[in-house]
Ligand binder design. Sequence first.
Ligand code: ADP
Length: 397
Amino acid sequence: MNVLVINCGSSSLKYQLIDSESEKVLAKGLCERIGIEKSAITHTPDGGEKVTTESPMPTHTEAVKLVIEKLTDPEVGVIKSLSEIGAVGHRVVHGGEKFSGSVVITDEVIKAIEECNDLAPLHNPANIIGIHACQEAMPGVPMVGVFDTAFHQTMPKKAYYYGLPLEYYEKYKIRRYGFHGTSHDFVSARAAEILGKKREDLKIIVCHLGNGASISAVMNGKSIDTSMGLTPLEGLIMGTRSGDMDPAIISFIADKEGLTADEVNTILNKKSGVYGLSGGISSDFRDLTAAEDDGNEAAKDTLDTYSYRVAKYIGAYTAAMNGVDVIVYTAGVGENTARVRASVAEYLGYLGTSVDPEKNKLRGEEVILSKDTDKVVTMIVPTNEELAIARETVKLV
Ligand code: ADP
């Protein structure tokens, strides 16, 4: 069956068409600037050239229509007609406490996702628009929602409670939810498979280090803690997000700079992280490591601070699980940035693990970085959230 995987942002739509039997990506692409002028679709068929076409997309509905046009195009298309799409899998960011797994999308499900809008005001409305647009363009095709938060719904209260008045949890459901769940699930399962062990028998720490970054503690196959919280702002230092800090800093900056809480929030999301800390060098680790190699001290300090935070979380989650068997790196930075993995390893000798400098030069492939004799395995497992969504979709339809 061909599964169309859809990931809608507020002004973008990413897609992949995956053949679920061979798990091959038949085509993928991106619609950008939806709702703004100069919107364009970039479509790449498997084994073919990338084609970018400028085309008006006032809403996501036009974007979905264009995606179908490209997929069925006589030249750059990969299927003959819409009937070759068996199901659609939608990435949905926030499932609140309502969704602890993927679900077939119905009117009730859409309503329940809408009820989580408050918790992810930038993401969930876009996800729902994407669902409606696909329903309109592909009536009768079954659709599945796969939630970023679902895998972490197994966290116990002690991990998801904040030290706040309980009434805020009761009234507004303010608690830790965690994100990147599809990736933490996929990568921890694959790590166990590579090691020839059952995930149920392992204590795994997954470091999903991308533009957004989070760490999770996966014990006996279940997420028992994760670094992102109510929103994806908490935890690690990220590309442009601050991660953990003293909450009093918000009103302090607001007072000093004459800003509202909302404006400070924007700074914490968009102007902070390695981008802000490096004095604006870049949010991209390729630029930061290049700057460090050129002797830039701010870049070095930023990379040191970033790696230290990762190491501290690994220590914390080792305590949370009373041990660790496997530490896994994944996502853009985790798979590619040797500098970060090497720096984190310097803190973890006490655990009985190591990162081989030669193997650490490898990028973006499945590789065990530690020695056979080490007590704890450190490895890289590339993530594949689209494939994970396609698998979930097939399971449910
Ligand atoms: P997201 O999905 O959150 O947007 P990704 O997982 O794609 O993020 O990670 C993007 C980040 O990965 C980039 O900002 C960059 O810092 C890092 N990255 C990607 N490729 C490389 C590379 N070849 N070398 C070093 N860092 C890389």
